[in-house]
Design a protein. Sequence first.
Length: 387
Amino acid sequence: MSLKNGLRILVENRNLGRKAFNIDQTIVLFNNKLNQRLSWSRNEINKIFIDGDKWLDQVINNQPIKGVSEQVKNDFINKLADLVMATDLVVQIKNSAGKNVKIAIDVTSNKTELEDKLRKIKGYPTKNMVSKANKNIPEVRTQIGIDKHLILLLNNTKNLLPSHETLLNAIYSFAESPSVTRATDLTNLEPKDRYNWRVEYEADPERMWKKYSQSFNTKPSALLSLEAAKHALRENHTPKAVLNMLTQEPQYREYLRRDGGDRTRADTHAQGMLAKAQAELELARVNDAGAIAQVIQMVLDKYGEPKEDGSIEFLGNTLKFSATESEMLVQDIKSGAITFHIKDGQLLKYNPNSDLRAKMNAIKKTILETPEQEQNPGKQRSVRKGR
């Protein structure tokens, strides 16, 4: 999720987004008041819209843009607003006095750009700029109907982004301020104030259903629901959240309709679907683990060194493999974390979502493709333990 898309999702979910730019009026305004910035933007806009230059000239010369959808026009003018006056999107909220406040928001992850962006939206020259190209930005903003302008500095890493509530607090706080422009740094946040995508999705079962069912929408209803549930469980959502998500699936809704709103049969159906998804995933995990254990055995047979305590061990580039009579382990060398663990026939540690399976497949391929003469017969010892 990009910074800008993440912000758009937020304002769409909260119904804050506003279409701020009429394409004809805005381009004419840019041409009259921010002509130098518009000229600088032409090269960049042409990289995204092949006819961008032509569209600009048509509007400036009072000619209609023909054969272009409203969506493309909207995308075009929004991108132009970003390039000319540092505006990724516009939101409208009510302040504590009940007044509607329109706020232009620009997002960046580059801390060195923050001061320059703030100077730009204030209408001042940015660093190393000798022209007065930014001078009319405040006037243009007002003519478009925008009351305030906010620059947000965010981390460009998913698990370090601010939560939706943190973002909303920053926007609403600015709406209450007498300031017209502001730059807000949201990069150094406590974990509780960061974006937790699982919590965000789990709070909205309809959104969860759309996300996890969209890849399987060509399947019959029962298979669609099962695959969506498995997909959500693989993403580490709680069983409770997945059960809640399944209230959005077609068969659940059909049972509700047939039974006049009585949830008994629908809930039983959803619980059965969840249980089946969990069982299939666990079976796949165990089968996966068995295949991985076979590769570990191959590694130790070929490269393992016996230890005084009777165990056998091999230290690879990134992984450490070891086994005893009753135990088999794989450990990440850098972090020290155990990524695979079988003891007394029980699978204690293995996350199917990790990259361990891919690593093991690559190792197996290498071993199988290694010429026989390169093997060391002295290390052909079996430790088929820990299964």
